[in-house]
Design a protein around this ligand. Structure first.
Ligand code: 13P
Length: 522
């Protein structure tokens, strides 16, 4: 059974027997009688029918709905959708901003979009929905009052009735079940990773990357030292208040602390969710000179099962894109998006939350506009592939770059501009259903990474949690403080805990640079 929300346009079109609507009505009545379509009422119908009781709109609606209705209050998914629709109106259609009559309409529309399969609305709202790129889990089909849309709806209703027939007069499907996520482990894990005030520690440096990090403190990268360094981070007291999960490299997820406890077990016992980096790194993309493709899909299904067995509950796959005047190419953008989606689909089958990490590298002298443009193209491709490959975005997290001026640009954008451009890009390209965006730090200074995150959260709430999954920006100071000596373990832990706390504070928009000085003085 499909659920249908009929807005006031449609009801009055039927009541006034306007041509397209008069064609729709008998088809609709047959489908309702056959149990193939369920019509839902909303609180707004009562409000909006009041001025024209002569049209009998409410009676017509009751006749079709038999009193079944949408919830009166907005639930969480509907709140997110409403926020996003509002954002589109404010930023893209500002001439409509002042209309108070939109508020109730928007609420009804947000509820309809999250609870119904077929949703009708006026032409303006249909445009807003299109621009908002909601990508709902089961995307509602939206119909404006244009004749073409009314006829299209009629065809769909007829096809639904023919397909389902009276034989499937099953108990109501309860569209609301689609958003009842309490029993879905993937959704719960994704939400837990972006729980209020918490972010993720990326401690999944590959052998070559950790070698680079150790080079900076003139330390040889041996297995013992890598293990010791990670043990210091993972056993930092009190960090569970700020950190939700830790991403581990293949070697680390198989290592144990000095008391013999395997790292995934040690983390889980401290309330931290273990995750695994599962890609095999970036390799030159065939027939290009300077672009990369991330490898690691062959055999991934079995490896994911193994990681889950070792205790991982989420995974990470990173794709990278360089910015020049000509790059990245569409070729590079789409093959990486395809691979990210194949990885994400396999993760969900294996019961792991995929962290989808398309990183637009910010090396170079490009402007913030260029970064915005490239990041937009990349995200657009990534979400197209994720949807095409049936990935449930409610059970994913996005790990993107922030939209920055290139590190070598002369006139680099400040904190407020970075926050604005980054948010604008995500509002346009990241579905509202994604529970969280966990930024990478990507070579920003520790304090910049914190200040940017803070500025974005200061203008919230947003449809997704905005959090962090930093590597360098959480570990840089700790690594220097450790300097390869057990004796410095406490100083390293203090440095890591401090950065974790600063970024946790940035999740609420309450961070100030004075906090850094206070901590240094204390
Ligand atoms: P950075 O925060 O150092 O960019 O690392 C995050 C990460 O995991 C990159 O894949």
């Amino acid at each position: 059974m499909a659920t249908l929300y009929l807005d006031q346009n449609y009801l009055s079109g039927i009541a006034k027997r306007k041509p397209a609507f008069a064609e729709l009505e008998p088809v609709l009545r047959v489908a309702v009688a056959a149990g193939a379509i369920e019509v839902l009422e909303s609180r707004v119908h009562e409000l909006e029918s009041r001025p024209r009781p002569d049209l009998g709109l409410l009676e017509l609606l009751r006749d079709l709905s038999k009193g079944r209705r949408l919830p009166d209050e907005l639930d969480r998914p509907a709140r997110e959708v409403k926020r996003r629709l509002n954002w589109v109106i404010e930023h893209e259609l500002p001439e409509r901003r002042a209309r108070p009559s939109d508020a109730a309409d928007l609420e009804a529309l947000a509820l309809a979009l999250t609870h119904c399969d077929l949703v009708t609305c006026d032409t303006f709202m249909a445009d807003v929905v299109k621009r908002a790129r909601l990508h709902l889990r089961h995307r509602a089909d939206v119909f404006s009052g244009r004749r073409g849309d009314v006829l299209r709806l009629r065809e769909i209703i007829e096809a639904t009735r023919t397909r389902l027939g009276a034989a499937t007069r099953a108990p109501p499907s309860g569209a609301a079940d689609r958003f009842d996520m309490s029993h879905n482990e993937l959704h719960e894990t994704a939400k837990a990773l972006v729980a209020p005030g918490k972010g993720i520690l990326a401690a999944d440096e590959s052998d070559t990357t950790i070698q680079r990090r150790f080079d900076a403190i003139m330390l040889e990268s041996t297995e013992e030292l890598r293990c010791a360094y990670r043990e210091i981070l993972f056993t930092t007291p009190g960090v569970g208040e700020f950190i939700s999960g830790v991403i581990l490299f293949d070697e680390t997820i198989r290592q144990s602390a000095s008391d013999g406890t395997p790292f995934p077990e040690l983390l889980a016992a401290r309330g931290l969710i273990p995750g695994a980096k599962v890609d095999h790194g970036q390799h030159r993309l065939a027939l290009t000179e300077h672009e990369t493709i991330t490898e690691g899909l062959d055999g991934l299904r079995d490896r994911l099962d193994e990681y889950r067995g070792l205790g991982a509950r989420f995974a990470k796959w990173r794709a990278t894109y360089s910015i020049t005047d000509r790059l990245p190419s569409d070729y590079c953008i789409w093959v990486n998006a395809h691979a990210l989606a194949r990885y994400a689909a396999l993760c969900q089958e294996a019961g792991l939350v995929p962290i989808v990490e398309p990183e637009v590298l910010q090396d170079g002298a490009h402007t913030i506009e260029r970064s915005y443009h490239v990041t937009s193209r990349v995200l657009d491709a990534v979400y197209t592939e994720l949807f095409d490959q049936r990935v449930d975005v409610f059970g994913t997290l996005l790990k993107p770059n922030m939209v920055l001026s290139g590190y070598d640009a002369t006139d680099r954008a400040g904190v407020a501009e970075v926050a604005d451009r980054t948010l604008e890009c995500f509002y346009k390209h990241v579905p509202a259903g994604v529970p969280g965006i966990v930024f990478l730090s990507g070579g920003q200074s520790d304090e910049d990474a914190t200040a940017h995150l803070n500025a974005m959260n200061a203008t919230g709430p947003h449809p997704w949690e905005l959090s962090f999954s930093y590597g360098r920006a959480l570990q840089g100071q700790a690594l220097r403080a450790w300097d390869g000596e057990w004796a410095n373990a406490e100083a390293a832990q203090r440095a890591y805990r401090h950065r974790a706390k600063m970024n946790s504070t940035a999740r609420t928009g309450a961070y100030t640079s004075a906090m850094e000085r206070e901590a240094a003085a204390g």
